[in-house]
Design a protein around this ligand. Structure first.
Ligand code: AMP
Ligand code: MG
Length: 397
């Protein structure tokens, strides 16, 4: 038996380097992983500018007390720049974001002044008020987004604001996916007695895409040695990883093992976890091979624990694991010491605290428990039965 953590470490140690970088348009980069440290090519904001709509003045013109009238010598709409310099007794009407005119260092918000014909009456104000300073957000040359960051909408906006239209990201890792089993049939086709529709290829394909991978779908392979061998050989040449489900328990077990012994290498691991069956991990040519269990919950869980961090690492991400949080269990949960158990839970905020219950029956074939749930409840190896009210770790999904 190996622990979940040892299994993860052994897998990640096999992944030497991420996929190569490629240039993509910023608008198409959501979810991609940055392959460069992104530096600001200029100060942001690039000049001192007004934080409000109002009147820019030199602070020498600001009365210490009482009021004073100033000539409005120009009207600066957004995007306009004042060519001259402000002199004594002068003000410029300015819009939010417009560069400060030379000679001005303070802005009166327009609602604080009295507008006269061509003039403006102003009172006292703090020197330097309502001015955003050049470089106060980002200084030229600093790293604004580190390589290895998965890009969200706000990162795309920031990249665009620096004037970039393309960004260097890692190529999406290619995952070749197939289901095994004589009983497994394609949804949409008729189902004979004894047959089941393929669920795993759909949960796994969507999970791979969500993690930033690209799926190459090789469909369903029957439990037949020659066909399995041909399809796995093909799979190994098509992507960085090969993911199968089913056929790693007794019965077909030997086919996968025999075939992989011939065309690559394979280890069967007994991972100390629940739900959990043996997990197969190995190689076909230069591709990493993951043989996941057939039961839908077990295959999804094994994917989350072992395949997803591998995809993240291949994709160049710095962070390989999702965050866990603490919540109060509202019901007792059975737990065997010595293995890591994962329940499907419903996490919610109630009466000022996060609380979690299980989704009900936790069998490894009950896919509806993943549908009803919004988190995994992660019960560590050393832990025994959980009483209601105890704190447990949760990982939202
Ligand atoms: P196996 O590991 O191949 O013995 O499969 C274990 C259980 O998972 C069996 O009940 C299978 O019918 C079921 N199973 C295998 N593959 C799939 C699949 N792609 N979708 C849904 N259930 C599956
Ligand atoms: Mg099977």
């Amino acid at each position: 038996m190996i622990s979940v953590r040892d299994g993860q470490n052994q897998i990640l140690a096999q992944i030497a380097r991420p996929t190569p970088p490629e240039l993509v348009p910023v608008g198409a980069a959501r979810g991609r992983v940055l392959a460069e440290d992104l530096r600001a090519p200029f100060d942001v904001p690039p000049t001192d500018n007004s934080a409000v709509d109002g009147y820019a003045v030199g602070s020498a013109e600001v009365p210490a007390a009482g009021a004073r009238e100033l000539d409005v010598v120009a009207d600066l709409p957004a995007g306009a720049v004042f060519d001259g310099a402000l002199g004594p007794g002068q003000a410029v009407r300015i819009m939010t974001g417009a560069p400060m005119p030379r000679g001005a260092d303070t802005v009166y918000p327009q609602e604080t002044v009295e507008r006269l014909d061509g003039r403006v009456r102003v009172g006292s104000i703090r020197k330097g008020a309502n001015v955003r300073m050049r470089g106060e957000d980002i200084q030229a040359g600093t790293v604004v987004i580190e390589g290895g960051t998965a890009l969200r909408p706000q990162e795309l906006g920031l990249i665009a604001s620096l004037g970039r239209c393309q960004v260097l990201v890692h190529r999406r890792p290619r995952a070749v996916l197939l289901s095994t089993g004589d009983e497994v049939v394609e949804p949409g086709s008729p189902r004979k007695p004894g047959q089941i529709y393929d669920a795993n290829r759909f949960t796994l394909a969507a999970s791979i895409v969500e993690a930033g991978g690209e799926v190459i779908d090789l469909g369903i392979v029957p439990d037949a040695r020659a066909e399995l061998r041909a399809r796995l050989l093909e799979a190994g040449a098509l992507g960085e990883i090969v993911v199968t489900s089913g056929g790693v328990s007794v019965g077909v077990y030997d086919f996968v093992k025999e075939v992989l012994d011939e065309i690559g290498a394979i280890d069967f691991w007994q991972v100390a976890m629940q739900p959990g069956r043996p997990l197969a991990f190995g190689r076909i040519g230069s591709a990493h091979f993951f043989g996941l269990p057939g039961n839908p919950v077990a295959s999804m869980l094994a994917y989350m624990l072992f395949v997803r961090p591998a995809i993240y690492k291949l994709a160049g991400r710095r962070r390989l694991f999702h965050e866990t949080y603490a919540a109060r269990a509202t019901e007792p949960m059975s737990k065997k010491k010595g293995r890591r158990e994962f329940k499907r839970g419903v996490l919610r905020f109630r009466d000022g605290a996060w609380e979690v219950r299980t989704t009900g029956p936790q069998g490894s074939g009950i896919l509806s428990s993943m549908v009803a749930g919004n988190c995994l409840v992660v019960l560590e190896e050393e832990r025994g039965d959980v009483a209601a009210g105890e704190t447990v770790l949760v990982e939202p999904f």
